[in-house]
Design a protein around this ligand. Structure first.
Ligand SMILES: NC(=O)c1ccc[n+]([C@@H]2O[C@H](COP(=O)([O-])OP(=O)(O)OC[C@H]3O[C@@H](n4cnc5c(N)ncnc54)[C@H](OP(=O)(O)O)[C@@H]3O)[C@@H](O)[C@H]2O)c1
Length: 337
C-alpha cells in the first residue's frame, strides 16, 4: 500500500511516498481503509520539533474511512462501518492516516452517521475534540455537550475562522450557547458567521473589549483561547464572574502567559490549559459521543458555505498539504487517498 513516511525531523521535504505492508489488526484493534486524511498544525510541528520519533513515522491523526478488518475481541465497530479517527499517530508512530490502511485501537475511531461525508469525518478529530474539551472545563459546566447543555452561557471564540475555532462555534451553538467570535478581518467574519457565530468582533480594533461588553454586558463565561498571551488583557476585560479561559494555543506568542492577578482573583477566574494528547480517556470518550451526536444532528458541516473552506491534495503531495497548514491556510487541508 502507499504511505507517507518520515524517519528524521525537518521541513516538509523529509516526507516520502513509500510502499508499506498492509497491517493486520491485533486484539482490540480495527483496520481502517482511509478515504481522506486531515492535516492539523500539530502534524507539521511534530515533524519539525517532535521529541518522540520512534523509527518510521506516518503522519496525521485525523481521517475518515471504512473498517475493513477487525481483530480478536472486537464487536464494535464492524467490518463495513464508516468511521473517523482520533489521535491515530499518537499511540503508535506509524499508525497515522496518511496511508491507505491503518490499524487503530477501537477507542481511536468514532462511527460516522449515515450521510456524513469523508471530508467532514477527516476534519473532526483534533479540532472538534479540542473544542469539546474547551467547552466542558468550566466550573459546574457540563462534562459532555448536548443540545441545551450550554443554554444561557456566553462563549467567546477568538480566531473563529480557525479550524478549532470553527468547531468550537459549531459545538457551542449546537449546545445552546450565545457565541461571539473574534476575527482579524471581513472574510474571516463571514466564515465565523457561516459557522454559526451570533456576533463577530475584529480583535484588531482598539475597542474590541468594549464591543464584546456591549454584546455581553455581564461578560463571557467561557473563552476558547487560541492565542493565550496575545489575548490576556482582552480576556481579563471581558470575562464574567467565575469565567473560564480554556487555553489550547498560544499562537504568535512564546513562553509565559501574563495574567493580571488583581482582576483575575476578584473574578474568581479559571485558566484551564489543555492539550488533547493527555486529556483523560474518559473526557476524550465524552467528546467522541458528543461529536457523534452533533454529527447526527447535522451540526458540524464543513466547506466554504459552512465557514471552513477545504483545500485538497493527493497523497503524493502531502508535503505541500503540510506546507499549506504551516503557511496558515484558512480552512481545512485534506489529503485524498
Ligand atoms: N492544545 C491542543 O490540544 C491543540 C489542539 C488543536 C490545535 N492546537 C493549536 O492551536 C492552534 C490553532 O490550531 P488550528 O488548527 O485552529 O489553526 P488555524 O486553522 O490556523 O487557526 C488559527 C487561528 O488563530 C487565529 N489567531 C491568531 N492570533 C489570534 C489572536 N490574537 N486573536 C484571535 N485569533 C487569533 C488566526 O486568525 P488570524 O490569522 O486571522 O489572526 C486563525 O484563524 C495551533 O497552534 C495548534 O497547534 C492545540
Amino acid at each position: 500500500m502507499r504511505a507517507i513516511s518520515y524517519g528524521e525531523y525537518g521541513g516538509p521535504d523529509v516526507l516520502r511516498l513509500v510502499e508499506r505492508d498492509v497491517p493486520e489488526p491485533g486484539e482490540g484493534e480495527v483496520r481502517v481503509r482511509i478515504a481522506v486524511s486531515g492535516v492539523n498544525p500539530t502534524d507539521w510541528k511534530r515533524r519539525e520539533n517532535g521529541d518522540r520519533l520512534e523509527g518510521e513515522t506516518v503522519p496525521h491523526h485525523d481521517g475518515a474511512g471504512v473498517v475493513d478488518a477487525v481483530g480478536p475481541g472486537v464487536t464494535e465497530p464492524r467490518v463495513g462501518d464508516r468511521v473517523w479517527t482520533l489521535l491515530a499517530a499518537y499511540h503508535r508512530a506509524d499508525a497515522g492516516t496518511a496511508q491507505e490502511f491503518t490499524v487503530l485501537p477501537v477507542n481511536r475511531v468514532g462511527k460516522l452517521p449515515d450521510g456524513v461525508d469523508w471530508d467532514t469525518g477527516a476534519s473532526l478529530g483534533v479540532p472538534a475534540l479540542t473544542a469539546h474539551r474547551a467547552l466542558t472545563v468550566a466550573e459546574g459546566g457540563p462534562a459532555e455537550l448536548a443540545p441545551g447543555a450550554l443554554d444561557g452561557v456566553t462563549v467567546l471564540v477568538p480566531g473563529g475562522a480557525g479550524a478549532v475555532g470553527h468547531a468550537a462555534i459549531q459545538l457551542a451553538r449546537w449546545a445552546g450557547a450565545t457565541v461571539i467570535a473574534t476575527v482579524s478581518g471581513e472574510r474571516k467574519a463571514k466564515l465565523a458567521t457561516a459557522a454559526g457565530a451570533h456576533h463577530t468582533v475584529a480583535y484588531t480594533r482598539p475597542d474590541a473589549a468594549d464591543a464584546i461588553r456591549r454584546i455581553a454586558p455581564e461578560g463571557v463565561d467561557i473563552v476558547v483561547e487560541v492565542a493565550a498571551a496575545a489575548n490576556t488583557a482582552l480576556n481579563t476585560a471581558v470575562l464574567a464572574q467565575g469565567g473560564t479561559v480554556a487555553v489550547y494555543g498560544n499562537d504568535r506568542g512564546e513562553g509565559s502567559v501574563p495574567v493580571d492577578f488583581g482582576t483575575s482573583i476578584w473574578l474568581n477566574a479559571r485558566y484551564q490549559f489543555l492539550v488533547l494528547y493527555t486529556v483523560r480517556e474518559e473526557a476524550l470518550a465524552s467528546g467522541v459521543r458528543a461529536v457523534n451526536a452533533a454529527l447526527a444532528d447535522g451540526a458540524l458541516p464543513v466547506g466554504e458555505d459552512a465557514g471552513l473552506p477545504l483545500h485538497r491534495f493527493p497523497l503524493a503531495d502531502t508535503a505541500d498539504a503540510q506546507r499549506a497548514v504551516q503557511d496558515g491556510a484558512v480552512g481545512k487541508v485534506l489529503v485524498d487517498l
